[in-house]
Design a protein around this ligand. Structure first.
Ligand SMILES: [Mg+2]
Length: 128
């Protein structure tokens, strides 16, 4: 598949960069990365144009990852976009909620490029 457009939503700028680096190290052909610091910014970014993949933190100020998922449901631009949650130890119950709200998977911090590849690659096959 051709280079993808990825939205990375996390309130930590450092974590956003780590996620981006892992995607690239995993060999995923990333054409464009859009960053958002919370769900509000994430929804605004999706409204600007559809993404091929969305990676979202759960715990964020202003609008958390679960509220973000709910918001995505109302957007035509997000209809076919896989969303993978980035979680921390202890957020298992929120992961279950996220999966039932439509998330396609999750990656637990700390993660390796291989783990990112394992979770993300199957969701990208045939996306374009
Ligand atoms: Mg956070």
């Amino acid at each position: 598949m051709k280079g993808i457009r990825v939205l990375i939503v996390d309130d930590s700028a450092v974590m956003r960069k780590i996620v981006e680096r892992c995607l690239r190290q995993a060999g995923i052909d990333v054409k464009e990365v859009i960053e958002a610091a919370n769900g509000v910014e994430g929804l605004a970014a999706v409204q600007q144009g559809p993404m091929d993949l969305i990676l979202s933190d759960i715990n964020m100020p202003a609008m958390d990852g679960l509220e973000f998922l709910q918001g995505l449901r109302g957007l035509d631009n997000a209809k076919n976009t896989p969303v993978v949650m980035i979680t921390t130890e202890g957020s298992e119950s929120r992961v279950v909620e996220a999966l039932s709200a439509g998330a396609r998977g999750y990656i637990r911090k700390p993660f390796t490029p291989d783990q990112v590849k394992e979770r993300v690659s199957p969701l990208l096959d045939g996306a374009r």
